[in-house]
Design a protein around this ligand. Structure first.
Ligand SMILES: NC(=O)c1ccc[n+]([C@@H]2O[C@H](COP(=O)([O-])OP(=O)(O)OC[C@H]3O[C@@H](n4cnc5c(N)ncnc54)[C@H](OP(=O)(O)O)[C@@H]3O)[C@@H](O)[C@H]2O)c1
Length: 284
């Protein structure tokens, strides 16, 4: 889909789906909720968030948790029907903006569309990700490129498009969802781990280049989603057996809603660390 067609289509979808209404006056992330209110429902009150990869799994849960915490959310991914469902569930301050982040022209206008729909932008949460499963020796150039396009280049281009809007936000944030496998790449997921390492390094560099911007790196452990649904069972079966036998599957898988709740808590806590681990059950 070309840029113009994409913009028109996305705008029509935005208009015909869930209208964005009553986006509150901007307040900084981490603002303390009024004592007489319910903290989970106001922690992100007035925030305008672009959630990339919001059609399923962690991104879907994150979009719903952020909306439940008072944020207005622009939701993006490729599967429009799922996005529509998430937007409807998220409520009246949600809008669906279909986008394939492996398409550079779509990435370059995504923030424009989100900012137009939300009347500005306070945060970008980049959750979209894909993983090639198979030995490094068999990974084709095409599979490398496809994964890097989604996991790294898309993140960079969406961020670049969002910077002008974030610059005028009171407490701007970008957050990138990475993987704990960066530290110890799982056999069969080496290109994936390498792509997430690139994403993390990109985020570090962004911190240096744009010191006015809060850049969160979120290292996520095993989470119950459909992330591996597209893997070939003939390859995935032996891979899971090996991971179990060699101690890669040591962390208890978390519900996506729990992972999302912990990420939203980190977003809302403007004083917290900028490198966050969401791996296994929450301490304490
Ligand atoms: N689940 C885990 O155990 C785990 C562990 C560590 C890190 N992670 C990371 O968590 C993130 C979310 O994964 P998940 O587990 O929630 O799996 P998921 O349900 O498959 O979510 C992946 C999301 O990325 C979107 N996406 C993929 N390719 C895209 C593209 N080209 N353009 C736009 N959106 C795209 C998908 O939407 P569409 O298909 O509709 O486009 C979907 O919303 C990923 O970055 C993953 O690497 C997951």
């Amino acid at each position: 889909m070309g840029t113009g067609a994409h913009a028109t289509h996305a705008r029509q979808e935005a208009d015909s789906l869930v209208r964005v209404t009553e986006v509150g006056a901007p307040v900084p992330f981490g603002a303390v909720a009024p004592p007489d209110s319910d903290p989970p429902s106001t922690a992100l009150a007035g925030r305008r968030l672009l959630v990339v990869g919001a059609s399923s799994g962690i991104g879907r849960a994150l979009a719903l948790e952020a909306a439940a915490s008072g944020a207005a959310v622009a939701l993006t991914a490729r599967r429009l029907a799922l996005l529509e469902q998430v937007a409807a569930e998220a409520g009246s301050r949600a809008v669906a903006l279909p986008c394939d982040v492996s398409d550079p022209s779509a990435c370059s206008i995504l923030a424009d569309e989100a900012a137009a729909a939300l009347d500005g932008l306070d945060a970008v949460l980049y959750v979209a990700g894909a993983a090639y499963l198979g030995p490094l020796a068999q990974a084709s150039a095409a599979s490398w490129r496809a994964m890097l396009a989604t996991n790294v280049v898309g993140a960079a281009l969406v961020t670049a498009g969002a910077l002008p809007y974030l610059r005028s936000a009171p407490a701007p944030v970008v957050a990138y969802v990475s993987s704990h496998s960066v530290r110890r790449p799982w056999p069969g997921l080496v290109p994936y781990a390498a792509s997430k390492a690139a994403l993390e390094t990109m985020a570090l560099g962004l911190r240096a280049e744009e010191p006015w911007l809060r850049v969160l790196r979120v290292s996520v452990g095993p989470t119950i989603t459909g992330f591996s649904d597209r893997w070939d069972p003939a390859v995935a079966g032996p891979a899971f057996e090996r991971w179990a036998a060699e101690g890669y599957l040591v962390h208890e898988p978390q519900e996506a809603s729990d992972t999302a709740r912990r990420i939203v808590a980190a977003l809302a806590d403007g004083t917290g660390p900028d490198d966050i681990e969401v791996i296994g059950p929450e301490a304490g």
